[in-house]
Every structure is written in C-alpha cells, then in structure tokens.
Design a protein. Structure first.
Lengths: 202, 221
C-alpha cells in the first residue's frame, strides 16, 4: 500500500550505532548552543568563539535594539498624552522656522531629532556628518494614541542627505540616526520650513 | 535564565522609531559582507522553519539508505538554492502567503506520495526525484521572499546571499541528522510499519493546516 518497502535488518543502524549517534548529536548541540547560539542571540560569549566568528556583534546589536524598544515603550506608557485640542489652537498660525543642530553620537548609540509638524506642511532639510557614516531612518510618528507611523527614507552608512520633507499627518517627523562606526560621529542638521518646534526625542 | 526566557517570549517584531528588533533589526543595522552571521541566519531559518522540516520528514520517511537520502536531499537543495538566489536578484515578489501555502501543499503531496495514493488513484507513480526538485524550487522562492522582507543592504548582497544559502544547507543537514536519529530508533520497532500509515496522515494534516493558515493570512491581508 505504500510506495516503499519495509526496512530490512541491514538497512537499519544497530543499537550501538544509534546510541553513539545520539551522544554525538547531544555534544554537537551543546557546542553550537554555547559557541554559536548564545553569542548570536544574546551577546553572551563564554568561549570567545562568537566574537571570532562575528556573531557576538549580532547578539549585542539585538540586545541593544531590544533594550531601546523596551525603553521607548515604557516611555510611551509613562508620559501623559499630549492635549491635541490645545495644540490645534496654537497651530492655526504656523510659522516658518530655521534651525541648525549639531550633535555628536557615541559609537553604537542612537539619537533622534524630530520636528512637530502639521499634516501636509513642508520642510527643507540638509544634514551631513563631519566624518564617518550613519544609519538613518527619516520617519514620522503621530501623536500619542494615533498609532500612525511612516518611514520616508532609510539609509546605511550615509554621510549626508538633503531634500524636502512633507508631513503625511499631524505629529513628529524626523531623523533616527545610529552610529555603527568605531568612533564618535558628529552630525549637523539644518531645517527650514513650516514646523512648530524641533525636539530631541532620544 | 529567567532573563533568557523573558526575551524568548517577547514577540520578535517590536518596533521602536521604525527600527526592527531581532534578526531583521540586526540585518538593517549592518553593512557590507558578513559571511558567518548570514550563514548563521540561514541555518537558523532552516532549523526553526517547520514547513521545510515537515517536507524533509516526508521525503526521508521511506528512505533507509544514506546514499538515497543524500541524492534526494541534494535535489531538494539544488532546487531551493537556485530559486533563492534567483528570486532575490530578480527581486521577484511572490506573495509570502501564497508561496507558504504552496509549501504546505508540498507536505501534503509528499505524505500522499508515501501512502502510494498516486498509484491507487491514477495507476502511476510520479517520479519522486523530479517532484523533490520541483518542490525544492518552491521552497527556495519561500526563502527568497523572507530575505526580501529582511531588506538586506545591496552592498555585498551576493556574498551574503551565498553565505545565507550555505547556512540553509548546514541547517538542513543538522535538522536531517536529528530526524534520522529519531526515526531510526522508531524503524527498529515493529510499530514503524504499523503506524507509518497514520503518521503520513498526520503529516498530511499538518500540511493542510499550514496551507489553511497561510490562506487565511492571505485573505486577511
């Protein structure tokens, strides 16, 4: 009834062979767990092999991303919501703003600078680093409770970028930069256009 | 240990300032050639991807000789390697739900094949080597779709893809070794033949479940 034969005795491994294979499998699993999985997932590297293979970096980055996302979530839960009604009144008169911000980012760290903007308003921007590249995500978040999120532009190891930012919705729109260089990177950001205020979020 | 468990339980796709966490977060933070890390990610994807594992269980269920296992697994590997590389480079966007639904059906197909259903229904046995190769192609498109979602940096993409693919093969060998050890214990018991019919039915159920789950995802998306 099957498309196969029953196994014959000579097709199958002996009990001793099987037991040996099982023990080898357990040893291989333990070695991989300690030398590969722990460094790559948790940045824990008791043997130093993970660092040699470049896997500890993976674990370190994962842990720092996780920590940041948890910090951000707890911040969101702690801060009281912005009263959007009162904001609407002040936003009737949007003003043209100009700002130049210079900020230094330590290796492995990230900062975020955002503009509070009304939906549809326009800003010209330009940023460049003095030396080195940055990973960035130009994105926007709605006011608390709105769940709105958009990513306008992303890049890796970029030294400069410029252009026009048009807010998709009311909220905070701006740059998340992370320094993956071995040294500190200084970034200079110029913004000019229709926004309410500029704010460092991180 | 408590911390480890805590981190495992956290859903992988927590987002902060538009930055993904976990594997995807890591991939989006790095730049250039990272051979061993991508090998690791390929192996991890294979070992933790139950759809590929279920298909492999189906393929080797009635293969007793290492030589035969080697031939079939190589055919599967040729299939998925070629569509993995091709799919990413041609940037082929097959809907992830559809391709995963087909992968679910490949498990169903293999379970029915093991049960001799095609001989009973159609009076013929489809070439098992060719079908393994063809389903390998579909599994590769599934892998390619996952990689496109990872949003890898174009810098060093080919080398990183090859590393990922090498990792997929290593992961497949690891998973296969574990499956073979377990199934060999079972094959030595008389219950292997007694329950091999119902086991392939269970395999088929799991395949249909995977397919159904993906189709629900498709119509909800």
């Amino acid at each position: 009834m099957f498309n196969a034969q029953q196994p014959t005795e000579k097709d199958l491994p002996t009990s001793t062979q099987l037991l040996k294979s099982t023990i080898i499998a357990i040893i291989v699993a333990i070695i991989l767990l300690v030398m590969v999985i722990l460094p790559a997932e948790y940045g824990t590297d008791p043997t130093g092999v993970g660092k040699l293979l470049g896997l500890k970096e993976m674990g370190d980055i994962k842990m720092s991303l996780l920590e940041e996302s948890q910090n951000e979530l707890s911040q969101e839960n702690n801060t009281s919501s912005i009263d959007t009604d009162s904001l609407d009144k002040t936003m009737v008169n949007n003003t043209i703003n100009n700002d130049v911000v210079e900020i230094t980012i330590e290796p492995g760290k990230a900062i975020e600078i955002k503009l509070e903007m009304k939906s549809g308003s326009l800003v010209q921007y330009e940023w460049k680093t003095i030396k080195g590249g940055l990973n960035y995500n130009l994105h926007g978040d709605g006011y608390k409770g709105s769940q709105k999120f958009i990513s306008y532009k992303k890049g890796r190891m970029v030294q400069s970028d410029s252009g026009e930012l048009q807010a998709e919705f009311d909220g905070y729109h701006g740059w998340f930069w992370r320094n993956r260089e071995e040294f500190s990177v200084t970034v200079i950001l110029q913004t000019s256009g229709d926004y309410i205020q500029i704010k460092q979020m991180l | 240990m408590k911390n480890l468990l805590f981190f495992i339980l956290i859903h992988v796709s927590l987002f902060a300032h538009g930055v993904a966490t976990g594997d995807q977060g890591y991939i989006q933070q790095i730049n250039g050639i990272n051979f061993v890390p991508f090998m690791y990610l390929g192996a991890k994807h294979m070992v933790t991807g139950y759809d590929h594992i279920l298909f492999l269980v189906g393929v080797i269920f009635f293969l007793y000789r290492l030589r035969d296992i080697g031939i079939y697994v190589t055919l599967f590997a040729i299939g998925h390697s070629s569509t993995l590389i091709f799919g990413v480079f041609a940037d082929i966007h097959i809907n992830a739900y559809i391709i995963d639904a087909i992968i679910g059906l490949s498990v169903v197909y293999k379970a029915l094949d093991n049960l001799g259903a095609y001989q009973q229904w159609f009076g013929m046995q489809p070439n098992t080597k060719i079908t393994t190769l063809i389903f390998g192609l579909f599994h590769g498109f599934g892998l390619a779709t996952k990689i496109i979602e990872f949003d890898m940096d174009p810098n060093g993409l080919l080398t990183n893809l090859i590393a990922f693919n090498v990792g997929v093969e290593i992961g497949q060998l690891l998973a296969l070794s574990a499956i073979l050890i377990l199934i060999s214990y079972w094959r030595k018991q008389p219950s292997f033949i007694t329950y091999s019919y119902s086991t392939n039915i269970v395999l088929m159920i799991l395949g249909f479940m995977l397919t159904g789950n993906q189709l629900i995802g498709y119509f909800n998306s």
